[in-house]
Design a protein. Sequence first.
Length: 493
Amino acid sequence: MGANHAEAPVLEALARYQNVDELGFTPPGHKHARGADPRARAVLGDAVFFGDVLANGGLDDRLTRGRVLARAERLMADAVHADHTFFSTCGSSLSVKAAMLAVTCPGHRLLVGRDAHKSVIAGLILSGVEPVWVEPQWDTARHIAHPPSTAAYEKAFAEHPDADGALVTSPTPYGAAADLGGIADVCHRLGKPLIVDEAWGAHLPFHDELPAWAMDAGADICVTSIHKMGSGLEQGSVFHLQGDLIDPAELASRADLLGTTSPNVLIYAGIDAWRRQMVQHGRELIGGALELAARTRAAIEEIDGFHVDDATDYCGPDLAADFDPLPLVMDIGALGTTGYRAADWLRAHHHIDAHLFDHRRISAQLTHADDERTTARLLTALRDLADHADRAAELRDAPQVAVPTPAGLRMDQARLPRDAYFAPPEKVPTAEAVGRIAAEMITPYPPGIPVVLPGERLTEPVLEYLVTGVEAGMFLPDAADRGLRTVRVVADT
């Protein structure tokens, strides 16, 4: 018998809990909203507190005999053609670490695209794994990185045959996708597993006009953020497994090692509801979003000073293999301002929050939740931005960011990320940090791809890029000194 995707086990269990008036002498301490501050209830609504119950001994009994979560995970696996699926309430930042620890172990090597998210670097620090960096494919004219090529992974394995597997990020936050099928073939010819950080690809399995999704492309583990491009709540993530290269019990154990023992079942419910929504209506909803994106792209392209990056910009030889059109990445270099200032201006004047921004771009991420009303408001704001670009004080005379060449961005990995991170550190003035070994991550956010990793030997072009970036409005949330007057380096011994 096929899976019944009309079911939503988590949502149905929550409804049962409320209908029988279950009385818990357990956490959470607000006790079904009764103890919550009335001011919090007024803002959050009682539904948040009513749905906030224990997973075991609340949503399910103490021995999980109802198999609520297990049934929801099986339905999700069936929906996306995976052998096994695991839910996480700690975001893909946890899921990708669990995947890495299931594939490799301390002292071993893992091929990693150098465009990886900071959560991957955190996984390297926690695990003591040695990264073998695989270079992205750089568009030097646009100053943007696309996923590494199949040939780059093949070359990396030839040079490091002892590597336990590979990790690639696809799609990127900008919508560029890797040749996942080709990379999976390279891995599997060698008997090595492939991890895909597909945090931005929750929607990919549900429409055939989107880039291939990782499980269909042959990946072994895929990590997906349901809250990014889906209808889930923040921190809702799933990781999928297929094939026989990784033991599902071992992957579950790694996730248990890192995860919380107090999961928020509201996040589980959001994941469960998203799966049912997509199985039943996904093609229609995603198809509508793609049509809306096409119309919105055409309208933005008509605004003076704007260019919307598309497949012709991102795909081709030495570039990306495929393209997701739902991120509307707009090059505004012709406006004479930066993405940082444009994003601040849109929020201040139109209450519009951009998804990504850098020295020359802003991005608006569309999903199936958008419609003509939301995109009309976006277009009004963008037209107003173009009209004010040459005379609004907060847009004019933006500081220039000294963006290095791809070669200038790359530094020598002098020590393992883990060793440098846990070594005795010292703070030095940034101007004196050239040649020193970084003891911290320094990551422009968004999109969260570190420029500096622990263990890298700092260079003048990279430091100049970051210092001028901060002056222009770049946000560095993980730097000890966000103003970058100082840098944490490994102490001289």
